[in-house]
Design a protein. Structure first.
Lengths: 111, 116
């Protein structure tokens, strides 16, 4: 069963604005990962945050993790048209390497 | 180029036919997995392998078989195709260190399968 649930399902923003999407999960995790999928392509790993970390940055990406609320957020700053894609969170709950994916947030960046 | 290679990219099958989706990685990753992606449902795990000779079922294994005779290859077999197996299939690989992932999975570009 899916563990991660992204919110919102879809997001439309103007180029240069920030985009924020959230992920909630149900059971404790080892780590949480965010992926991007461009239309018709495979998923690309963006960032991994461990259960003992609260915030990570990678370029224009900022990820936070609140294990008490079982939630994470992905912030994309100064968005570009190339950021138009679907974004998925994936949770690693046990040491068996299986990832559970949410249904994703579709982000559209308008020029 | 290093990565995960999936073949074919597109396939149309008739109900009842069988076929094998190929997946190969050249990164010496221990872990490989197969997902299917359906609209609005994200990715669901079909089967996975933590090393050559070791496979296990995921969330939706029925109608699919896998084997892992080498580190590089992880083929997915559809035994008797059904319209419900129409989907996009993704293979992924990863390299956990001491039981933990430091990096994410590497995904292939997918196989779009239609069963008529």
């Amino acid at each position: 069963s899916q563990q991660g649930e992204e919110d919102p399902q879809a997001l439309s923003i103007q180029e240069g604005e920030n985009a924020t999407m959230n992920c909630s999960y149900k059971t404790s995790i080892n780590n949480l990962q965010w992926y991007r999928q461009n239309s018709g392509r495979g998923l690309v790993h963006l960032i991994l945050i461990r259960s003992n970390e609260r915030e990570k940055h990678s370029g224009r990406l900022r990820v936070t993790l609140d294990t008490s609320k079982k939630s994470s957020s992905l912030l994309i700053t100064a968005s570009r048209a190339a950021d138009t894609a679907s974004y998925f969170c994936a949770t690693d709950h046990r040491r068996d390497y299986k990832l559970s994916f949410g249904a994703g947030t579709t982000v559209t960046v308008r020029a | 180029n290093a990565g995960v290679t999936q073949t074919p990219k597109f396939q149309v099958l008739k109900t009842g036919q069988s076929m094998t989706l190929q997946c190969a990685q050249d990164m010496n990753h221990e872990y490989m997995s197969w997902y299917r992606q359906d609209p609005g449902m994200g990715l669901r795990l079909i089967h996975y392998s933590v090393g050559a000779g070791i496979t296990d079922q995921g969330e939706v294994p029925n109608g699919y078989n896998v084997s892992r005779s080498t580190t590089e290859d992880f083929p997915l077999r559809l035994l008797s195709a059904a319209p419900s197996q129409t989907s996009v299939y993704f293979c992924a690989s990863g390299a956990p260190t001491r039981g933990l992932f430091s990096y994410g999975y590497t995904f292939g570009s997918g196989t779009r399968l239609t069963v008529v």
